[in-house]
Design a protein around this ligand. Structure first.
Ligand code: SAM
Length: 354
């Protein structure tokens, strides 16, 4: 139902009606919120549908029930909830994944066959809406945290200095390109390359780079049609993977191919989903969030990781320190350092050195 509120812009409408004081009876009936008919009029929708949705949202705590007016119930949305659900650049925004759930749920009907064959659906089988959900969910991380909070922690700030002086960057699994935009804006002297297999994400990255006026500063490569693109455009001083390794069918091959194109004093920053080696993940993701991650894994991440022959299928919570160490040693990386970032508690951070 959050998808409905997002898609029809209902949260914003409720907030605006409350904020603008445009409710005619507000002064006469203190403590009242927005009625279903007011919301329906503002959004140009049918009242009966809006009313049922408002009751549903109040019963799960997204909206708050306020004083009735005669026979009509009224509802409001808190400012905090409004930010979480409508402001893509707010650090607490969560509506990217939430509103993407219907597209993930669509895939559930195909899963019984996957359980029989063992083969997963590809990332792109979810259509452009899956790529867009990830894009919306991560925009805040790239805008507020990647350069400001994460990069200063890599090699005690040495990487930041190198990026400011100018060097060669590769982002593998660059998605819709929001991280490329952040990197290009902050480090104008760098040569930046983005690599992606998803056709939907590639399309979105071109749109986003064009909107930011950065198409001539960043080179995007389609790894699906040109699997050697990373090698032929290397070497690089800095490589980045954000939320990619656990999705990739062959994280072992990715480890090897990045190792081959990193300069000897360069490094690779891998950001993944926080997890732990003994799978006591409820301790890491409290309040039932682990169950959400396993669900996302079945519908998207593990499925994507099993979508190519011999895929490892690590899944959303599968890129543990133990897995990272084992794969990186096999691929010839000599060092692995991990750190945490308090503003991004649901992520884990790894720096690999050649
Ligand atoms: C969860 S998305 C994250 C996208 C982006 N990094 C972000 O955080 O918004 C994972 C991405 O990794 C891409 N991917 C997986 N394996 C890849 C590979 N071997 N090379 C390039 N991209 C890959 C997928 O197509 C997908 O777009």
């Amino acid at each position: 139902m959050v998808y409905i509120g997002d898609n029809l812009d209902l949260y914003r409408h409720i907030f605006r009606l409350m904020e603008e004081g445009s409710l005619p009876l507000k002064q006469l009936t203190p403590g009242r919120g927005v009625t279903p008919s007011e919301l329906a009029t503002a959004a140009n929708l049918h009242e009966r549908w809006v009313r049922e949705w408002m009751y549903q949202q109040a019963s799960c705590g997204v909206l708050d029930r306020r004083a009735d007016i005669g026979d009509e119930a009224t509802f409001e949305i808190s400012e905090a909830m409004h930010n979480v659900l409508t402001d893509q650049e707010n650090t607490r925004f969560s509506c990217g994944m939430l509103s993407g759930f219907p597209f993930l749920m669509d895939r559930v009907v195909a899963l019984p066959k996957c359980f029989s064959t063992g083969e997963g659906l590809t990332y792109d089988d979810g259509g452009v809406n899956v790529a867009t959900a990830i894009e919306r969910q991560h925009t805040k991380d790239f805008k507020h945290f990647l350069v400001q909070k994460v990069l200063p922690k890599v090699r005690n700030g040495e990487l930041l200095e190198k990026l400011r002086s100018g060097c060669r960057i590769a982002e593998i699994g660059c998605g819709a390109g929001a991280s490329l935009v952040a990197l290009a804006k902050h480090f104008p002297k760098c040569e930046i390359h983005g690599f992606e297999t998803s056709q939907h994400a590639l399309q979105r990255s071109k749109v986003n780079l064009a909107a930011a006026g950065l198409l001539d500063r960043v080179q995007i490569h389609d790894v699906f049609s040109n699997p050697n693109a990373l090698a032929t455009n290397g070497p690089y001083d800095f490589a980045l993977c954000f939320d990619v390794l656990h999705d990739a069918p062959h994280p072992d091959e990715l480890m090897e191919s990045v190792r081959q194109v990193i300069n000897k004093d360069g490094c690779w920053l891998v950001v993944d989903i926080a997890t732990c080696d003994d799978r006591a993940v409820d301790m890491v993701h409290k309040g039932g969030k682990a169950s959400m991650y396993f669900g996302i894994s079945l519908c998207l991440c593990m499925s994507s990781g099993l979508s190519a022959p011999g895929g490892m299928g690590l899944g959303t919570l599968g890129f543990t320190k133990k897995v990272a160490r084992s794969l990186s040693e096999k691929a010839g990386w000599s060092d692995m350092i991990t750190f945490t970032v308090s503003e991004m508690p649901t992520n884990s951070f790894f720096v690999f050195s050649p």
